[in-house]
Write a protein that binds this ligand. Structure first.
Ligand code: NAD
Ligand code: MG
Length: 390
């Protein structure tokens, strides 16, 4: 019997983190090393007890005492804040599930990358913001990088590396989100409560709203470019409301290979953590007779400009991915707080991209963090100006 492999989950209390713990309970061959969360201390402490983690970390310095008290009768080590997150990422483990939401996940994921851990990557922001530098850190560290994002996991499953010469295109599927058929006038006044209601997938708040604005697909286009080393022209998006085909790869002989499944992230997580051997998972099976049909629609970049911005970021290259992501995160937080409108998220992001169009490419991660900070400052300024003007 081979010894158990160890895993650290960065962002264990989130949607992907909880699904990962569920998958681990099914795989039975992995042992948890460290877990990290943020404000949900009760859940984090419960997860630490059940999983047998050796270290547990809250990202929030102010909650250190609460977490420590919640685990006072155990010998589980407790830490907090940025340093705590890095400590968790650097602690020895075979695997790291990178499932913190947003740019906050970049520094800890990089720390895990540098020590050579195998990375199951849910945090797409690492690739959108740091792209080539992140991939270089992966190569230098020597670990494997396996995508967890369902589209990229699907492509990873059907992209035949020995047929690279014949790879023609990557087709990312998109559900279209809750506003798939809405006009821009209808979208103008929606609130976060409406925007978060995803038709197919159950996900965290931010990615759900990003799905409604199609910013999630925009990030995924940039993620795909880096992961699969393709040109922007080779990346297509097709709206597929049932979310059954998770993405496809087209070859020069006209063949298209797809990966299908129920919209359940546990399949992608299980595939990543068990690679190269498929696991046995208790998830719902597709019932084709019940499904009856699969629909497709061309994406509408006029109603959903986020995808146009992704193409702009990809063709411009340099730091434009980091700018797009940081400006979008600030606009998204303002939308969640009711300080800016749904359509303003793309407008703000585009304004910041234009203002930072001539920033030179990043040579180090410090450059990336500086660009991120400047894009956040500019986005905040634009949003405040509009709030004052309104
Ligand atoms: P979520 O909001 O449900 O969970 C986020 C996790 O990050 C939580 O554990 C939270 O405590 C932690 N966190 C939040 N802010 C933090 C901070 N400042 N510092 C450290 N930790 C912090 O998010 P999610 O839906 O699980 O998504 C996680 C990542 O996976 C995102 O990058 C998302 O784009 C990606 N992803 C998610 C799904 C999905 O189905 N949920 C699918 C594909 C990709
Ligand atoms: Mg996805």
């Amino acid at each position: 019997m081979p010894s158990k492999r160890t895993i650290t989950i960065l962002g264990s209390t989130g949607s992907i983190g909880c699904s990962t713990l569920d998958v681990l309970s099914q795989l039975k061959r992995m042992q948890v090393a460290a877990l990290t969360g943020n404000g949900n201390i009760a859940l984090l402490a419960a997860q630490a007890r059940i999983s047998g983690a050796r270290l547990v970390v809250t990202a929030d310095d102010n909650r250190y005492r609460d977490l420590k008290d919640a685990l006072s009768d155990t010998d589980i080590a407790v830490a907090a804040g940025r340093n705590g997150l890095i400590e968790a990422a650097e602690m020895q483990s075979d695997w790291v599930m990178a499932a913190i939401v947003g740019t906050a996940g970049l520094a800890p994921t990089l720390a895990a990358t540098r020590r050579g851990a195998d990375i199951a990557l849910a945090n797409k922001e690492c690739l959108v913001s740091a792209g080539d530098l992140f991939l270089k850190a992966m190569r230098d560290g020597g670990g494997r990088l396996i995508p967890v994002d369902s589209e990229h996991n699907a492509i990873f499953q059907v992209l035949e590396e020995n047929q690279r010469h014949a790879l023609e295109r990557i087709v990312l599927t998109a559900s279209g989100g809750p506003f798939r058929t809405w006009t821009r006038e209808q979208m103008a006044n929606v609130t976060a409560a409406t925007a978060r209601a995803h038709p197919n997938w159950s996900m965290g708040l931010k990615i759900s709203i990003d799905s409604a604005s199609m910013f999630n697909k925009a990030l995924e286009m940039i993620e795909a470019k880096h992961l699969f080393n393709v040109t922007p022209e080779q990346i297509e998006v097709i709206v597929h409301p049932q979310s059954v085909i998770h993405s496809m790869v087209g070859y020069t002989d006209g063949s298209v290979l797809a990966q299908l499944g129920c919209p359940d992230m546990r399949t992608a997580i299980g595939y990543a953590l068990s690679h190269p051997r498929r696991p046995n998972l208790s998830v719902e099976r597709l019932d084709f007779a019940k499904l009856a049909r699969l629909d497709f629609e061309a994406p509408d970049e006029a109603r959903f400009p986020a995808m146009r911005l992704a193409r702009l970021a990809m063709t411009r290259g340099g730091v434009q991915g980091a700018v797009l992501n940081a400006a979008k995160e600030v606009a998204l937080e303002a939308f969640i707080d009711g300080r800016t409108g749904f359509l303003a998220m793309a407008e703000t992001t585009e304004s910041v991209m234009e203002a930072m169009v001539s920033v030179p490419p990043a040579r180090s991660m410090d450059d990336v963090f500086a660009v991120d900070a400047e894009a956040r400052r500019l986005a905040g300024e634009i949003i405040n100006r509009t709030v004052v003007a309104a």
